[in-house]
Unconditional design. Sequence first.
Length: 220
Amino acid sequence: MDLRELLPLFPLGAVLYPGVLLPLHIFEQRYRDLVKALVELPGGAPREFGVIAIRSGREVGAAGVAALYPVGCTAVLATVSPLPDGRFDIVCIGSRRFELLGVEPAGTSYLTGSVRRLDDPDGHGATDLAASVARDLERYRQLIGISGDEPDPTDPRQLSYQVASTLRLDLAERQALLQSPDNAARLRAERALLRRELGLVRALGAVPALGLSRAAYTLN
């Protein structure tokens, strides 16, 4: 059975994870069109699009995107704040991973992808890994002085995305975590990354420049 479907795409120079809030400032016309199309859907219809990281190119401009990564995350529209000049401030929530099978002509100003939604199986040893990673996450947050929801070692999927969104990583590392085949593989990679970062902070006596790694709004 062919489970592919069409999904509006929003390429970004960032990675979105399930369960993570993403604020966006919408000013390009194609993405204004996308937001309007979502808002005008009938009640009960899913107001979602696909956020996918740019492998090469840039976010802004008609020919800015040269290549996309193969896995992205659906984003559900949570709030829309129209601005007087036609721009929007929106907040969306990451929902589910998808595999990009191809970009399809759809007669719209924004990209449309043929996608297949991906599950998040636990994989071998996820529960044992979750307990270890939850402890390392708490050490990391205490050491660099950030707060957050208490890690839940009984939910490997949620924990894995909580860690992924907390760690200050480059785009390729963040994308690799999103593409992990299961929660155990993601947690295993995160345990190594947490311990690497903990070692660096202790050795250098400095913490990451948090303000440089996360903006209040991502611009399209």
